[in-house]
Write a protein that binds this ligand. Sequence first.
Ligand code: APR
Length: 226
Amino acid sequence: MKKIVVLTGAGISAESGLATFRGADGLWEGHDIMEVASPAGWNANPDLVLDFYNKRRSQLRTVHPNKAHIALASLEKKYHVSIITQNVDDLHERAGSSNILHIHGELLKVRSQFDDKLILDWKRDLHIGDCCEHNSQLRPHIVWFGEEVPLLENAITITEQADILLIIGTSMQVYPAASLLQYAPNKTSIYFIDPNPSVTQQERITILAEKATMGVPKVVEELMTL
Ligand code: APR
């Protein structure tokens, strides 16, 4: 089976109703990104940070996977598919994809500050005073700016094996995630689907300057006929 690797960003979930990060106002749901997505922001105002992610977590209950998430799941009938997502939502899971690596963490998980390997499923609000078994405050399981990306090595290994790479709805501005493109072997065919694509036309890259719900089903249909 050929291997398809898919790198997704906030744009794939935009049409499900989840805001992207780098909109025109440069804010994430009305907040300065560093206020709610950095260790400094967490130390300065943990209540604000918890409240922010609590709102994002409850917002998840009101949204659904869109045609792009669903089309990607259908690729598994013919290919070995690995999804590497920068998104912290669970829309790929709910669309039915099986192999998903959340390199920037997950909204529906929290982790211990004492032991970062102690990760718990978490569907409700998280408050100051919610502690792990070591009596240490739990924090959102999100990779904040300035923090390491623990799953990066896995993501690189997966990308190095790609026969086909799909990049969808990402500004490719955030490293190291954006650097994954350079790990695709020379033989890999690459599709870049984004209404405002940040890569330029190159021999092996097919660019579809379209929204995900338009572009992804088209590419999937083409791949299913190969
Ligand atoms: N379909 C596809 N792409 C879209 C759509 C859509 N309907 N709407 C917007 N986009 C594209 C934009 O053109 C842009 O290129 O989605 C991209 C969103 O870019 P960002 O907001 O920068 O999101 P992303 O690339 O996922 O950000 C990476 O930055 O803030 C951090 O950790 C956070 O994972 C995030 C990372």
